[in-house]
Design a protein around this ligand. Structure first.
Ligand code: NBP
Length: 475
């Protein structure tokens, strides 16, 4: 037995991670349900490092040094359960099973419990960065027993991305916390992409800029505080011309956004936790609306009403859009971090938001300059009530707010949908408001359902006898 790590599930993600381990000098035992993928990997990339080819689970387990460490990279759901159980039957106390797939965090909580009952260490590791990240250095979010991380951590950290010498991998917390954090990361990715889409739509429809000019705008933004992987690749995608038609590729792609489900999970979890993760919610719903092609076709002729005119100062409006994008992005991240805090409280995970921001700086899809500012914000105050209240972000958003309002007003007057820009601005206005109409909601709830209310001027719980003289009684 000489392999430091085993990887089972050698589709695109698994084989790239196995190669990444091997390239870092680790001996990697390879296993896949069907041997074809194992052989393909060895044929093509066997020379990149030290691989051990195995066919059966028994051979695979026997190839590993103790405590054995196996990374599972198979399809999330039932396949993952099947593989975990097969491995657990062949493994011994103290061995470590790592699920690197996109598992739902509640499944990870359950699996961790089942495995720890059998004396095994189970680590649910969120891995972000797609197939290129898997090969060249992903962001890794491992959750599970701290003891397991002691021997596993250095291995995972060696293959993760690094920013300023710091690995984009750290022990997140117990059981499902790694997959939970990965889920919120994906949700933020949805929000980021929706905001970029709205900015693009405004540049196109409000300012009538040609697509190649819009690509230049994004390229410029990538040297501002918006610098990030997603802004960078937006310029790339917008610069692509379709060979067949000579049109910009973006004009021949069907405008129906797909989703694999992690955004939806984030919103479901936000609803359960009672956290207003509106930016991610708007993004998930916008994808759903875009995909309702029949309904959109049927509604295509609906009257717009009288529309406002386009902004006259193009450069000013481009800058306004940039500011609106930045401020809305701060809101989306603030909400995402609130959800992480709520999850941490609900499941007793004791998560450190600053470490999430640290490991998202490289490797993953939402990597951005911006995350350095988030790290600093939580370094300064680990108990920030909201990211919006960190001095740096507060200042940036307060400076952006005039632009933000102009963008939402102009978009609304011109009939251009900006659900995430508008909803983020409303969130900001609600958060900073003196009073909210929730007082009226409480009054209504008390009227029809005797749900009671609290008063601003004295302690206690009250109810108005609405149909009996409308006198107030203490409930
Ligand atoms: P897939 O999600 O397409 O899964 C294919 C692998 O699962 C193959 O190795 C297949 O074996 C194996 N498998 C299946 Br399907 N059912 C099995 C079963 N019952 N028992 C044993 N093995 C089974 O691969 P992927 O796209 O490489 O993703 C792997 C994981 O990483 C997933 O959980 C995914 O969500 C996650 N992830 C993907 C990305 C990405 O960018 N693609 C990013 C981050 C995370 P076979 O060869 O014998 O059919």
């Amino acid at each position: 037995a000489r392999a430091q790590i085993g990887v089972t599930g050698l589709a695109v993600m698994g084989s790239n991670i196995a190669r990444n381990f091997a390239r870092h000098g680790h001996t990697v035992a390879l296993h896949n349900r069907s041997i074809a993928k194992t052989d393909a990997l060895i044929d093509k990339h066997g020379s990149e490092g030290d691989f051990v080819r195995t066919e059966t689970i028994e051979e695979f387990i026997a190839a590993l040094e103790k405590p054995r460490r196996v990374l599972i990279m198979v399809k999330a759901g039932d396949a993952t359960d099947a593989v975990i159980n097969e491995l657990a039957d062949a493994m011994e106390e103290g061995d470590v099973i790592i699920d690197g797939g996109n598992s739902l965090y509640t499944d990870t909580i359950r699996r961790e419990k089942e495995m720890s009952d059998r004396g095994l260490n189970f680590v649910g590791a969120g891995i972000s960065g797609g197939e290129v990240g898997a090969l060249e250095g992903p962001s890794i979010m491992p959750g599970g027993p701290k003891e397991a991380y002691e021997s596993l951590g250095p291995l995972l950290e060696s293959i993760s991305a690094h920013v300023d010498g710091t690995p984009c991998c750290t022990h997140i917390g117990p059981d499902g916390s790694g997959h939970f954090v990965k889920m919120v990361h994906n949700g933020i990715e949805y929000a980021d992409m929706q905001l970029i889409g709205e900015a693009y739509d405004l540049l196109r429809k409000a300012l009538d800029l040609p697509v190649d000019k819009i690509a230049d705008v994004f390229r410029n933004w990538n040297s501002s505080d918006l610098e990030s992987y997603l802004i960078e690749i937006t310029a790339e995608v917008l610069s692509q011309t379709d060979d067949e038609t000579g049109k910009p590729l973006v004009d021949v792609i069907v405008d129906a956004a797909g989703q694999k489900g992690t955004g939806r999970w984030t919103v479901k979890s936000a609803l359960d936790l009672g956290v207003p993760t509106t930016g991610i919610g708007e993004a998930v719903f916008s994808r759903a609306l875009s995909s309702a092609l029949d309904q959109r076709k049927a509604a295509n002729g609906l009257e717009s009403g009288e529309l406002g005119s386009a902004p006259t100062d193009t450069d000013q409006f481009i800058d306004d859009i940039r500011s609106a994008l930045y401020a809305s992005k701060v809101v989306a991240y603030a909400q995402g971090f609130d959800q992480i805090a709520a999850g941490s409280k609900e499941y007793d995970w004791n998560l450190h938001p600053g470490s999430m921001a640290t490991i998202w700086r490289g490797g993953c899809i939402i990597r951005a300059q911006f995350l350095n500012r988030i790290v600093e914000a939580y370094d300064e105050n680990a108990d920030l009530p909201s990211l919006l209240l960190a001095p740096y972000f507060r200042d940036a958003v307060e400076k952006a707010v005039d632009s933000w309002r102009r963008v939402v007003v102009t978009a609304t007057q011109m009939g251009i949908p900006v659900p995430a820009f508008a909803s983020s601005l409303s969130y900001y206005d609600a958060l900073r408001a003196d009073r909210l109409p929730a007082a009226l909601t409480q009054g209504l709830r008390d009227y029809f359902g005797a749900h009671t209310y609290q008063r601003i001027d004295k302690e206690g719980t009250f109810h108005t006898l609405w149909s009996e003289g409308r006198t107030e009684v203490e409930a």
